[in-house]
Design a binder for this molecule. Structure first.
Ligand code: ATP
Length: 479
């Protein structure tokens, strides 16, 4: 092994001194390992968690560290895993005793026994995650890098410490992690690993959906999510995880007419939107905005390729997809559904921007109108520069019109200018169907631009509409 280098500058956070002293009190060696060390060399700031390995009991070390910290923070102990965690100011510190692991075929949870630092580094998923810095006074800051992880960091390579086939088969979550790191860090996965992932892809089925979704979220929040989705596709994992996306792949040709490949188009849209938003759910909406195109694809001589109603079908598919992946069926899902459902609306009006169409768009999108416009702009993936410019300009016109219309008509968070009670009082009505009908007519008149969104105009309109329905204003109101 080459000469050992020391990196004490990585250990400037006061917690390391405390851990070092606590370990000395217990006469054991300790190391900081994994993500923290990797991110130090990558100069990725914003440390949130630190992993400590003790050659001995991680739980005992955590308790000793806590004793030596101001206010002795609570130590959370996870008996099943033999780990402990505490929070020191802004960071979470995880403690584990060095261990050796062996696996059975049906579970990603290993059989564990005590081990050395090398044993512990062997069980790590990637060489770049196996780097350790010593916290022992005899060699404080020494880098222990048995697999040349530092070289892999430099050449931007995801590589496993041990045989990749065994590594991925033992814990198939590592397949997702490899792809996630490649995507987050813009690294390449080494050839042998890629092969091993391909041959182990069906083992993804033993991983819980929640874990898979965690990794998908991280891919989705990367600067260029397509890197991850392309790797998922290339390795065959996407078939298991998001078959709806796979179904978008391919170009059909009938009588010389072709449609675009909606899979690659979708990935471009996700990359585009990621330049303009960090909103995880808006990025999900971009990923799923065209999933209804696979089941609605038709070819007719007259119309060529069509995807009629794909937005509606797609929004229904969002629910099933979220349910299958055990994602939350809450307002986040509803937001994604709404974005998918409305994803073509701004495009439809862009070529002929009327006030009433813009009012309807703002009314229907409500508080999400800006997100919807961001999605539609990301959806422009034409490679024809003239069209690219034209489409963007069209949306500029829509956005400008939206500002004018909203300033005048306030339909974004539409509140009916006439309440149901007032309708009841005016026509002396008990709760009945007519009230809903009248409210709807008033709303329609405002959206169509027949009347302004104001009380007086709406009141007059209501009287006329009521009379047409055969209703008479009560005497009280007529005065
Ligand atoms: P991030 O914080 O970005 O998720 P991380 O590497 O810190 O990155 P953690 O999940 O906190 O990720 O894992 C901490 C360390 O534990 C990793 O760096 C790695 O050494 C090890 N590790 C985590 N998951 C696995 C796994 N499935 N197989 C082997 N080692 C793992």
């Amino acid at each position: 092994m080459s000469q050992i280098k020391h990196y004490t500058d990585a250990l400037s956070h006061p917690i390391f001194e405390t851990v070092s002293k606590a370990a000395q009190n217990l006469s054991l060696d300790s190391y900081v390992i994994g993500g923290f060390v990797r991110d130090f060399f990558l100069k990725r700031g914003d440390v949130k968690d630190i992993d400590i390995v003790a050659i001995g009991s991680g739980i005992a070390l955590a308790k000793e560290v806590s004793k030596n910290l101001p206010n002795s923070p609570k130590v959370q102990i996870f008996k099943t895993y033999g780990t402990a965690m505490l929070r020191a100011q802004d960071i979470e510190v995880e403690f584990v005793g060095a261990r050796k692991e062996s696996y059975q075929a049906d579970s990603r949870n290993p059989v564990v026994e005590d081990g050395s630092l090398e044993d512990d580094q062997n069980r790590r998923d990637f060489t770049i995650n196996a780097l350790a810095l010593s916290l022992s006074s005899k060699n404080y800051g020494a880098l222990l890098d048995p697999f040349d992880g530092l070289a892999d960091l430099k050449s931007k390579l995801i590589r496993t410490p041990l045989d990749p086939t065994i590594t991925y088969s033992d814990d198939p979550l590592r397949m997702m992690r490899a792809i996630r790191f490649a995507c987050q860090l813009n690294f390449t996965i080494e050839e042998a690993s890629l092969k091993a992932i391909k041959s182990n892809k069906d083992r993804i089925e033993i991983i819980t959906r929640e874990r898979i979704v965690d990794e998908l979220h991280k891919i989705m929040l990367s600067p260029k999510p397509s890197i991850g989705f392309l790797l998922l596709e290339q390795t065959g994992l996407l078939d298991y995880i998001l078959p709806e996306l796979m179904a978008l792949k391919g170009i059909d040709e009938v009588e010389g007419q072709r449609h675009k490949d909606n899979f690659y188009h979708t990935l471009e849209v996700v990359d585009n939107i990621s330049e303009n938003t960090d909103n995880l759910w808006l990025r999900w909406a971009a990923l799923l905005h065209d999933i209804g195109k696979a089941p609605t694809k038709r070819f007719t001589k007259k119309a060529g390729w069509t995807f009629h109603g794909h937005e509606f079908v797609g929004s229904k598919m969002v629910y099933k997809l979220f349910k299958r992946l055990k994602m939350p069926l809450n307002d986040k899902m509803k937001f994604v559904q709404k974005m998918v459902l409305m994803s073509s609306r701004p495009i439809v009006i862009a070529s002929d921007v009327t006030d009433s169409a813009v009012r309807r768009l703002i009314f229907d999108a409500g508080e999400y109108i800006d997100d919807l416009m961001t999605l539609c702009e990301a959806d422009i993936t034409t490679k024809n520069p003239k069209r690219f410019k034209k489409y963007h300009n069209n949306f500029k016109v829509v956005r400008q019109k939206m500002i004018e219309v909203e300033e005048r008509d306030h339909v974004r968070n539409f509140q009916p200018p006439i309440s149901g009670e007032e309708i009841m009082e005016t026509f002396n009505l008990k709760p009945s169907r007519e009230i809903g009908v009248l409210k709807e007519k008033i709303k329609e008149a405002i959206l169509e631009g027949e009347i302004p969104n104001e009380y007086e105009a709406a009141y007059e309109f209501m009287l006329r509409a009521g009379e047409k329905l055969g209703l008479k204003p009560s005497d009280l109101k007529k005065q």
